[in-house]
Write a protein that binds this ligand. Structure first.
Ligand code: ZN
Ligand code: ZN
Length: 377
């Protein structure tokens, strides 16, 4: 795990204000809204949020300075310590976004402490589960960028009980696990000694209430599965493995539960002709000896229709000809790949009598003698 000061590009003695400024700059640069589908940027955005969450807080910063990542429950040392247990091994994107909004007056879901339980015992925000789907794309779709509609089977709020999970007309009783307080106390041993942690009741999730009679439509879940159509704007130039996070488009929870995210992974369909290498695409053209010797103009398939390619006279097998900007655009950039056409010679299998006599005439010329050269191994 990297040094938190290094992640934010600040000095060990930086003031809280300097830290905030630097975090803001980095977070703006790598914000997922500005870098759709860019996994590296998302990683940087999350790292910066994680670092900022520690360094903006004097107490946590002190512990970090003294004990390193273990002091704030990050890294491999077994989290826990200061209610940062959710932190070890990185945070997820929605947490990072919340830290970002928190830092810059976005309001929204309440404080950082809501999520990580740092001292103040407010209710945690519950979130429905994220979903992942894979979206296969053709190279032509990747070249142009495309709006796709996908069908997703996700949890939707139950309309019968409006997400409460209780049978309409019945009222809930108080939770037997926590006695209605919504909280449970737990002793926790950390490297700094023993501490009492007050946690949200795992049975009622902090509501203090329990459903007496379950809703018959959803069985008490507050949500039911439905197939919905979702539009996805695929930016041009994506690669297999790139992904996009559609916030709030994953599973929808019952009452008081934030919707999960839908994470769309892009994949590339195998193409009949083209092989991709970065933003360039490759194709092989099998031409005849006479085309190679005399030169020709041929029609070559490209991702957006056919295009003319000039073959210079005397071209050798293996030569690669470049068709500029016929490849794929750079994701979020202005560069554009090319289409590369590798020339191969195809020897005809069957000849007509006339072709045979023409070739025999050619075979008599001086240029048709065998030559040898060293093999390049
Ligand atoms: Zn409870
Ligand atoms: Zn229901």
């Amino acid at each position: 795990m990297n040094d938190l000061y290094e992640i934010l590009g600040v000095d060990k003695n930086a003031s809280t204000n300097e830290i905030k400024k630097s975090y803001r700059k980095i977070a703006m640069k790598y914000h997922p809204d500005k870098n759709p589908g860019n996994a590296a940027a998302e990683q940087k955005f999350k790292e910066a949020a994680e670092a900022y969450a520690v360094l903006k807080d004097d107490q946590k910063r002190g512990q970090y300075d003294q004990f390193g990542h273990a002091g704030v429950g990050m890294g491999d040392q077994g989290g826990g310590g200061f209610g940062f247990s959710g932190f070890g091994g990185g945070i997820d994107l929605s947490d990072a976004l919340r830290i970002f909004m928190d830092g810059f007056g976005g309001g929204g879901f309440g404080g950082f402490e809501d999520l990580f339980g740092g001292g103040r015992q407010r209710r945690q925000v519950r979130k429905a589960r994220d979903m992942r789907i894979t979206l296969p794309l053709t190279l032509a779709e990747i070249q142009q960028g495309i709006e796709k509609t996908v069908k997703v089977n996700r949890a939707e709020k139950c309309e019968t009980c409006d997400g409460s999970g209780a049978k309409p007309g019945t009222s809930p009783s108080s939770c037997r696990h926590c006695g209605g307080s919504g909280q449970v106390r737990q002793m926790s041993r950390t490297i700094f000694g023993q501490s009492v942690v007050v946690q949200e009741c795992p049975v009622c999730h902090g509501t203090g209430e329990m459903i007496e009679k379950r809703c018959s439509s959803c069985g008490g879940d507050g949500s039911i599965r439905k197939t919905v159509s979702i539009k996805i704007n695929v930016p041009a130039g994506v690669s297999a493995g790139n992904y996009m996070t559609l916030r709030g488009q994953g599973n929808q929870g019952g009452a008081g539960v934030l919707p999960g995210d839908l994470v769309v992974f892009f994949d590339e369909k195998e193409d009949r002709y083209f092989a991709r290498h970065g933003n360039d695409i490759f194709i092989e053209a099998l031409i005849s000896f006479s085309q190679a010797a005399l030169g020709d103009e041929i029609e070559v398939p490209t991702l957006d229709g056919r295009a003319t390619l000039k073959i210079p006279a005397g071209i050798q097998a293996g030569t690669i000809l470049r068709m500029r900007k016929k490849g794929l655009p750079e994701l979020n950039g202005s560069a554009h790949g090319d289409q590369l056409v590798r020339i191969q010679l195809e020897t005809p299998g069957k000849l007509t009598a006339h072709e045979k006599s023409l070739l025999k005439e050619l075979a008599g010329s001086d240029q048709q003698k065998t030559r040898f050269q060293k093999v390049n191994l």
